[in-house]
Design a protein around this ligand. Structure first.
Ligand code: KIV
Length: 271
């Protein structure tokens, strides 16, 4: 196989070039093989194996319960499907904060066992040592600032972050720090659009927004939310691209009804 066939088409270098050229970056979450295959074939640049799997796949209220083993399982399924996209894997709560050796161990497991291309960690200066240590092992790291769901019990709510002066001052500092450390990109979640714009303009690495307005370098949404599978989560920033809940419910009802009415399977569907 030629070297070109072995190399993934999307790389951290290309993502940075896309920002420099003003080309917006498209990112979506995925947690399983079948969905990841469709998303990859649709031309997405980055697939995030998000710890939102805790919510949309496992039905938890927060992202806190998901474990490293769960994340590796999801990531392994996604990686098998992907031919073009850059695959980023969330490092779950409790496997990197406050202990850089553990952070390195967790990220090495993710990279070795799942075949993912990079990891994402939530936080700024608080996780500086973990980020440094993981980067020093040659693992690409994406930051995540603003609303960081792993700290939900510290915030107390999922409302817009960095509206207060102190947080609005710290966030750009954290973004610059993550860039200096060597992160290849940062997710900014649910912050005022003008602050996100300022952050995107102040760094050379791509800033990917979710609820951070249009003036960043790319956008990310949670798959189940944008497909309209999730029913009870409709924040202002969410654009729903399909109503799969309705389509699927109809399909399931028709299936049940066909069985009850003995119309499935018919002769052509039998051997
Ligand atoms: O876990 C996730 O899906 C995320 C996105 C909200 C960016 O981190």
């Amino acid at each position: 196989m030629s070297i070109h066939k072995q190399v993934k088409i999307v790389t951290t270098h290309q993502l940075k070039e896309m920002k420099a050229n003003g080309e917006k970056i498209a990112m979506l979450t995925a947690y399983d093989y079948s969905m990841a295959k469709i998303i990859d074939q649709a031309g997405i640049d980055i697939i995030l194996v998000g710890d939102s799997a805790s919510n949309v796949m496992a039905g938890n209220k927060t992202t806190l319960p998901i474990t490293l083993d769960h994340m590796i399982w999801h990531a392994t399924s996604v990686v098998k499907a992907v031919k073009r996209a850059f695959v980023v894997v969330d490092v779950p709560f409790g496997s990197y904060q406050g202990n850089s050796s553990e952070a390195l161990r967790s990220c090495i497991r993710i990279m070795k066992e799942s075949g993912g291309h990079a990891v994402k960690m939530e936080g700024g200066i608080e996780i500086k040592e973990s980020v440094q240590r993981v980067l020093s092992a040659g693992i690409p790291v994406m930051g995540h600032l603003g609303l960081t769901p792993q700290s939900i019990y510290k915030f107390g709510t999922y409302s817009v972050r960095a509206k207060e002066e102190e947080e609005a001052r710290k966030l750009p500092e954290d973004a610059r720090l993550l860039e200096q450390l060597g992160c290849f990109g940062i997710v900014l979640e649910k912050i005022p659009a003008d602050l996100a714009k300022r952050v995107a303009e102040s760094v050379e690495i791509p800033i990917i927004g979710i609820g951070a307005g249009p003036d960043v370098d790319g956008q990310v949404l949670v798959l189940h939310d944008m497909l309209g599978i999730t029913q009870d989560f409709k924040p202002r920033f969410l654009r729903q691209y399909a109503d799969l809940n309705k389509i699927m419910t109809e399909a399931f009802k028709n299936y049940v009804s066909d069985i009850k009415l003995k119309s499935f399977p018919n002769e052509r569907e039998s051997y």
